[in-house]
Design a protein around this ligand. Structure first.
Ligand code: NI
Ligand code: MN
Length: 230
């Protein structure tokens, strides 16, 4: 499968035979994304919470492509989802979508849409083509990363490192240690001045202190996650 980083916390996960998944599609207003919402053709859109840098263009892209929008029931409640295919579920639960299995994971973060309370923020565990991908969303570090999430054999973890709104580099390294992910892709940094981080310093420290490999993707860059890496 191919993982494309679109800046901030937006990723496309394109299966070789599995579905095309779009995560937290913050496109308009994302200073690192040169694409426009029309450039995305997902079948499934996963949104971690209602903040505008995550919900982004989800509604427009879902509508334009007939894509399924999956998020917490509480978030869908405050959105205008008329005419959209949606899956509203909650933490601990999951669903199958074509060849993918999606589970909602806890996160430690808030959620609202223009001031309307939108329940709890979440992360996602995505099982696709024999790989487990963990997308943390916006979160602080929390103990269940070690107790609950590490039960999955995580091939790739997408972790925020920006600090201020989420965990910063130090906590992300501890989280990576707990998660035992083979590969960590840092996200949610440098988009705004308050979340500026030295990602290369993070990579060096992560690889020194954990068994994880750090894959720094610039906006628009992609990686292949295939059998050769397992
Ligand atoms: Ni947020
Ligand atoms: Mn955010």
């Amino acid at each position: 499968m191919k993982i494309i980083y679109e800046g901030h916390s937006c990723f496309q996960i394109l299966g070789n035979w599995g579905p095309r998944i779009l995560l937290d599609p913050f496109i308009s207003g994302n200073p690192f994304c040169e694409k426009s919402p029309q450039d995305f053709k997902p079948e499934l859109i996963l949104v971690s919470h209602g903040h505008s840098d995550h919900l982004g263009d989800a509604l427009e892209i879902a509508k334009a492509n007939g894509a399924t929008l999956a998020a917490s029931v509480d978030l869908l409640q405050v959105l205008d989802i008329s005419g959209l295919k949606t899956i509203g579920f909650n933490m601990g639960g999951g669903f199958e979508f074509k060849e993918a299995k999606i589970h909602m994971m806890p996160a430690s973060h808030g959620s609202n849409v223009n001031g309307a309370y939108a329940g709890l923020a979440c992360g996602y565990m995505i099982h696709l083509e024999d790989k487990n991908l963990y997308f943390a969303g916006d979160t602080a570090i929390f103990g269940d990363m070690e107790k609950v999430l590490s039960r999955y054999e995580i091939d790739c973890a997408m972790l925020p490192i920006g600090g201020f709104y989420t965990m910063g580099p130090k906590d992300a390294i501890t989280a990576a240690k707990w998660l035992k992910a083979k590969t960590v892709i840092p996200m949610h940094y440098n988009t705004f001045p308050v979340i500026k981080q030295d990602v290369w310093e993070f990579k060096e420290e992560l690889e020194e202190k954990t068994s994880s490999k750090c894959l720094v993707l610039g906006p628009g860059q992609d990686t292949e996650l295939g059998d050769s890496e397992s």
